[in-house]
Design a protein around this ligand. Structure first.
Ligand SMILES: Cc1cc2nc3c(=O)[nH]c(=O)nc-3n(C[C@H](O)[C@H](O)[C@H](O)COP(=O)(O)OP(=O)(O)OC[C@H]3O[C@@H](n4cnc5c(N)ncnc54)[C@H](O)[C@@H]3O)c2cc1C
Ligand SMILES: NC(=O)c1ccc[n+]([C@@H]2O[C@H](COP(=O)([O-])OP(=O)(O)OC[C@H]3O[C@@H](n4cnc5c(N)ncnc54)[C@H](O)[C@@H]3O)[C@@H](O)[C@H]2O)c1
Length: 557
């Protein structure tokens, strides 16, 4: 079904094109060929300036920018996935999950009222207690997204997109597959897939996102062994007493940290690498691990899984590591990276190929090798953040409309909106990372380890939450802010925070850093009091004192 954009002229009804077709993700080459053949004879029913595939952050912002500039835009996605992975299985549900756990455990208040204080009157919380909040927020966010798109005159077409062979590479079919689960678990859930319509467009944006990567030899039943999508689907009823998390990347560490604050749970994290959260500053990741260890979490790094068995009767999962260690848990969460959602798009039809992780290659303007087909968001790889995906989508739209030969104002495009952004983005210079562990982490710019590797001299200024009035008011929970700066110019090179509000206060450092400000800004500025932002003043003064001491020493010599 297509949702009609408000304010648009009604079209003549387009006959639904039916063909006896195989599913969205054909399992064999023969099935794939028969699907392609069946689709080949279908004729396009409507033309758009832009067709966006996938309604996540990248797709939304690209579509809205184009629609606001007068383009006729359609977004294709499955009906139950409007808003993308971001709204349904990624950013929004995981962060709501965190808020629910923090509330139900009363974790933020334990500093004052003791470890036994909770919001569940001593009753052990169920997974559904947490998911109730997640589902409410997910529903509200989906409505918000839909309304925003429709308000902007964007056509929402429900289904799965698949390119059709066409010499111009401008034709796409919409298949009737409505279930995200069907697309992600790779199982065939229905015998036939119906082609609902065929569209043509001048431009396309592929913003199909990613899905969890799965170990080929593990049986993901959603209850004993599950990925981060399945955790939200409700098959797991009770919070596991012994949870094994495989993969200490962002997703693994966020969920491990959330579950570890639930009383009566013991979490073990396994990773093949030496360091946990490699992109974080080591002092920060050490502080996170310290905090989680205090709650009984165990970290097994440089470990590789040999095999995993399920004990169905005992409802246990047993992990055998290549090092010979054997772990027994009540559940296993598998978070070893993600895979681009390109299966089923028939990239062959447009002469494109994804890499083995399912990611597409694009240039600085987000164009693939086919110049009118753009790609943005998680399906182009690093950094795979909702925040960055939104901006990539908008920038793709900016390039689409400003690079048109008919555009007379090509020179008035802000250079920030062109390829510079992507180049700077690769260096991590222009966006922060927010990692919603407990305590939360945030960073912008370089870490001490990166600067050391690059032979860049630096000094640091540090503020501990315990030194701040607001930190005390919040219960004295641990945390710190570290500003890394150049000792000669006093310019900021990186800002790293761990503790309550870290993902919010990081933006102060980001602004000062991106405008070329120095540490002196924090000495001279007056901040609200009491706030966590005051940490900048404390850290700034701490850093300046160190520089003064160094100068005094060198003068004395
Ligand atoms: C557990 C988790 C937590 C996260 N937390 C954060 C966070 O805190 N902060 C942050 O910034 N980022 C976070 N992320 C990353 C963030 O969710 C992604 O960066 C963001 O969702 C990517 O947006 P996107 O535009 O690429 O599309 P996605 O949100 O990935 O959506 C892609 C859409 O494309 C659709 N699609 C796929 N194939 C087809 C097809 N053939 N036809 C039609 N539609 C199709 C899918 O149904 C889906 O709706 C998290 C991710 C995960 C998994
Ligand atoms: N707060 C946020 O911004 C946020 C939150 C969640 C996810 N995300 C995005 O989602 C992306 C995917 O996250 P992810 O955690 O799935 O992937 P990831 O790549 O960050 O982490 C995967 C982890 O699994 C480990 N691993 C891989 N193979 C292994 C093996 N054989 N044995 C043991 N360990 C192994 C890796 O060492 C790594 O630590 C992230 O890159 C991030 O951009 C962002």
């Amino acid at each position: 079904m297509m949702m009609m954009a408000r304010g648009r002229r009604c079209r003549a009804a387009v006959p639904v094109l039916r063909a006896s077709l195989s599913t969205e993700a054909p399992k064999t080459a023969a099935a794939d060929e028969s699907l392609t053949n069946a689709l080949r004879n279908l004729r396009a029913s409507e033309h758009f300036d832009l067709v966006v595939i996938g309604s996540g952050p990248a797709g939304q912002k690209c579509a809205i920018d184009s629609a606001k500039h007068g383009k006729k835009v359609a977004i294709i996605d499955k009906k139950d996935m409007h808003g993308g992975v971001c709204v349904h299985t990624g950013t929004i549900p995981s962060k709501t999950f965190r808020e629910a756990v923090l509330h139900l455990t009363a974790h933020r208040h334990k500093g004052f009222y003791g470890n036994s204080y909770s919001a569940t009157s001593g009753k052990r919380m169920s997974v559904q207690d947490i998911l109730d909040r997640v589902q409410k927020v997910e529903g509200a966010e989906m409505d918000l997204t839909r309304n925003q798109l429709l308000r902007n005159g964007i056509y929402l077409i429900n289904g799965t997109a698949r390119f059709l062979p066409d010499p111009e590479k401008k034709t796409i079919a919409v298949l009737s597959n409505d279930s995200y689960k069907e697309a992600t678990d790779g199982q065939r859930h229905s015998d036939a897939n119906i082609c609902k319509r065929v569209l043509t467009a001048d431009k396309f944006l592929i913003s199909v996102g990613t899905r969890p990567a799965r170990h080929p030899n593990m049986d993901f039943d959603g209850e004993l062994i599950f990925d981060s999508d399945q955790l939200l689907w409700g098959a797991l009823k009770t919070v596991p007493k012994r949870l094994i998390v495989v993969g200490a990347g962002v997703i693994g560490m966020e969920y491990a940290a959330m579950i570890s604050i639930i009383p009566g749970t013991q979490v073990t994290v396994i990773d093949g690498r030496k360091e946990i959260l490699e992109m974080a500053d080591k002092e920060v990741s050490d502080a996170l691990c310290y905090s989680m260890r205090q709650r009984g979490t165990r970290f097994l790094t440089e470990e590789v899984i040999d095999f995993v068995e399920k004990r169905e009767v005992e409802k246990e999962v047993v992990v055998h590591l290549k090092s010979g260690k054997v772990l027994v848990g009540d559940a296993l969460l598998y978070t070893q990276g993600r895979q681009g959602n390109v299966t089923g798009l028939d990239l062959d039809a447009i002469g494109l190929e994804a890499n083995k992780r399912g990611y597409l290659e694009v240039n600085n303007n987000f164009q693939t090798d086919v110049p009118h087909i753009y790609a943005a968001g998680d399906c182009i790889g690093y950094p795979a953040l909702a925040s960055v995906s939104m901006e990539q989508g908008r920038l793709a739209s900016v390039h689409m409309r400003t690079s048109e030969p008919t555009n007379k104002n090509r020179s008035d495009v802000d250079p920030y909106e062109t390829s510079h952004f992507r180049t700077r983005m690769r260096s991590g210079e222009v966006f922060p990372f927010g990692i919603y562990t407990v305590p939360e982490i945030s960073m912008v710019g370089k870490s001490e380890q990166q600067l050391t590797k690059e032979n860049v001299p630096y000094e640091v200024g540090v503020a501990r939450y315990e030194e701040l009035a607001k930190g005390q008011m919040l219960g004295g929970t641990p945390g710190f802010l570290k500003i890394i700066f150049c000792p000669t110019t006093l310019k900021l090179l990186g800002v790293h925070a761990i503790g309550e509000g870290a993902t919010e206060i990081i933006h102060i450092g980001q602004v000062v850093m991106s405008t070329g400000g120095t540490l002196e800004y924090f000495r001279n500025a007056v901040f609200n009091y009491p706030t966590l932002a005051e940490a900048y003043r404390v850290a700034g003064l701490n850093g300046l004192r160190k520089v003064e001491a160094m100068q005094a020493e060198s003068t004395a010599e």
